[in-house]
Structures are given as C-alpha cells and as structure tokens.
Design a protein around this ligand. Structure first.
Ligand code: SOE
Length: 377
C-alpha cells in the first residue's frame, strides 16, 4: 500500500499548473513508495481557486494560506507565489512541521534565504527548490558526463537566457500575470527570474562561483502599475550580463534579457574542457551536443545526442527509445526525485541550502552592477 504525501499548494499561476500536472502524472510513470495526493490549493479569490481545484482535482480549497499551513491533513506545502511571499510562507510552514517545495528563486535576497534555511533546518523538514532545468534528461546527462571526468580540465562555462516579452512600453508592471516586472514582488528582474536558473545549473555542473563582475540595464524606466493604476518607476533589471570565475579556475560568461527580439525562452549553456565540449539549448531540449577531441581526426566533429534512450537519465520511465519528452516532464522528474529521496531519507537537490548559494551569486551580481566593481560571492 502506497504511503501518501498530501500536498497543499499556495498559488495557481503558471507554476501552479506545472506542479499540479507533475503531481498528477508522476506515479503513472515512476514506481514510488510515496504517492502525492492533491489535498488542497490556496489563493485569495475563492471562485477562481475553486475553478482551479476542479480542473486539476484538488480535494479542497483555502483562501487564507495561514490556515492551509496549519491544517493537520497536509504533509507538504508547495509555494508557487510571487517571490516576496516565499519567506513568510516557508517560515510558517516549517513552524508547522510541513515539508516544503518552494518555487525558484528561493527568496528576494540572501538575508531572507538565510532565515529560510535556518528555519527549515531547525524544523528538520524535507525541502527542495524547483530549479527544474537540472532535470531535463539532456542536462542531467551533461552532469553525468562532466562528473565522469571526460571533459578534463574545464576552461569555460557560458550560459544565456533570452526572452523578448517585455519590449512594449505599454506593458504594465505588477498584478497577477506581471508581478515579475514589479521589484516589490519579484526582488529583481532577469537576474532572479532567469539567470538564477543558469546559475543553479552552472553551480551543479561546474561547482561554486567565486566572484563576479556584472552590468544591468532597465530599458523601460516607467510603467503603469496594475495595482495602483499610476505610472511608477521600474525597479527591476531588464537585462543583465556578468563575467565570473569559478572555484575550479574556469571562467564564466552569462547573459540574460527580456529584450532579445525573436527569442522566447532561449536558455543555452556550453562548457569547454581540455578534451571535450558540451552544448545544450532549451529550444531543442532533448538533444545534447558533444565534441570530443579524442575522436579520430577524419570523423571528429560535433555530435548531436538524441537523449531518448532507456539508459539516458529518466528516459526509462517514459516511452520507447527515439520518442522525446518536453518541458513539463522536468517538473514530473523533480516530484519523482523528491518522493524517492523522501523514501530513502535523503535530501532532494537543490535543497534550500543549495539554492541559497544561487541567491548569493544573484546578490553579488546585482551588487557588482550597482557598484561597477568585482564582487566576491
Ligand atoms: C519567465 O517568463 C519564466 O516563466 C520564468 O519565471 C521561469 O522560471 C522560466 O523557466 C521561464 O520563464
């Protein structure tokens, strides 16, 4: 008989949908001791949250998240709200002994993140942060290849996350869909929203970042605020680029913007070692590009590995070799890993503590951009 993990989710936006889909599908594909149960979903608008609950199969609703975290019939709280609410919710959930799955980035800044780490470690509750791109099979495969030492000494790490959806100056800031443009809700712009993904993957693949030199720009300085109706200053970074040194001596180059016309979610990464290089591109997420200098000269070149074989990470659980999976599956993988770790009594990466490392890099990036100086992480 499966053990139940009763989920109470707060928020039902884009991430609420990806997480709900993952909870619903995970046990159809993965053999797990724990099975998620969609116990309750919480948001302020009763009518809308009920409609969400009906669509996704949640057994009940709440309109006050404090009630949700106190409920005895909930084992884990999933925080899918704007970033400014993560800390308060995580502290309350931890105080009530709940496990926590928190959307990225962990917090608004390092200070908040430290409080959250202290609280969950004191409570001793299982926790994870949804940095989903680690769990694209091709990215997990990159991790396995790098860890096997095949690349040799690492020289360079390069990552981009490019979008174009905020170019119009008519786009307001704040409110349900556009809180990412409001510094009070998001903490930062592309640094916390997009580069945080790149940084999380980079630290996972290539180790800690020692120091950074960054520049940011806010191209549209004022936008109407949805909540006040007034034209207000924009406090987020629209674009950010930074250089860094990793602890292993390699050099990093990162760029993110929401002003790269034509790019919708172009997350790319590349790592160059003395023997070999790896490239990956979210728009072609099931492929890993591989170049090995040790191949015989006349056939040496970039290989495109179609990461769909049953010996590739996660793929055994899905269809048959050659048939690819996509974006939503990364969230299914994260739930599968969380439940598996729970059964084994192990932490599920990235934990709050690991995600705090990303937060520290984000803070160093923003501080470097503001001061025009290199900053240690
Ligand atoms: C923003 O557009 C966004 O949805 C991010 O918030 C996500 O984290 C990223 O995966 C895709 O882009």
């Amino acid at each position: 008989m499966a053990k139940q993990l009763r989920i109470g989710m707060i928020g039902y936006g884009f991430m609420g949908r990806t997480h709900s889909n993952a909870y619903r599908r995970v046990t159809n594909f993965f053999d797990l001791e724990y099975h998620p149960v969609l116990q309750a979903v919480c948001a302020r608008n009763a009518e809308q949250v009920q409609a969400f609950a009906d669509r996704w199969g949640y057994a009940s609703i709440e309109t006050d998240w404090r009630k949700l975290v106190e409920r005895k019939d909930i084992d884990a709280i999933d925080i899918c709200t704007p970033n400014n609410l993560h800390k308060e919710m995580a502290l309350a959930a931890a105080a009530n002994g709940k496990m926590i799955l928190c959307e990225k980035p962990l917090s608004m800044n390092t200070a908040e993140g430290e409080e959250m780490v202290a609280a969950i470690e004191k409570a001793g509750v299982a926790n994870t942060v949804w940095y989903n791109y680690r769990r694209v099979p091709a990215v997990t495969l990159a991790k396995q290849i790098i860890d096997s030492g095949k690349l040799g000494r690492i020289f360079h790490y390069r990552a981009n996350f490019l979008q174009d959806w905020t170019i119009s100056s008519d786009l307001p800031q704040g409110g349900a869909a556009l809180w990412r443009l409001d510094a009070a809700a998001a903490g930062s712009g592309v640094t916390g929203d997009l580069l945080a993904h790149c940084i999380d993957t980079a630290i996972w693949l290539n180790g800690s970042i020692a120091n950074v030199s960054a520049m940011t720009e806010t191209f549209i300085k004022e936008r109407t605020h949805t909540l006040t109706g007034k034209v207000e200053k924009v406090g987020i970074d629209d674009a950010c680029a930074f250089l860094c040194r990793f602890q292993n001596g390699s050099l990093g180059l990162f760029e993110s913007t929401r002003y790269a016309r034509g790019h919708k979610a172009l997350y790319t990464l590349e790592i160059n070692g003395e023997n070999a290089s790896i490239r990956w591109d979210l728009h072609d997420l099931h492929r890993l590009q591989w170049f090995d200098h040790r191949d015989e000269g006349i056939v040496r070149g970039w290989r495109s590995i179609h990461v769909t074989d049953s010996d590739h990470p996660y793929m055994k659980a899905w269809w048959v070799p050659g048939l690819q999976i996509g974006y939503e599956h990364t969230f299914v993988h994260q739930v599968a890993d969380f439940l598996q770790c729970l059964a084994e009594g192990k932490p599920c990466s990235p934990t709050f503590r690991e995600a705090l490392e990303t937060q520290k890099v984000c803070d160093a990036v923003l501080s470097s951009a503001a001061s025009h100086q290199w900053k240690n992480v």
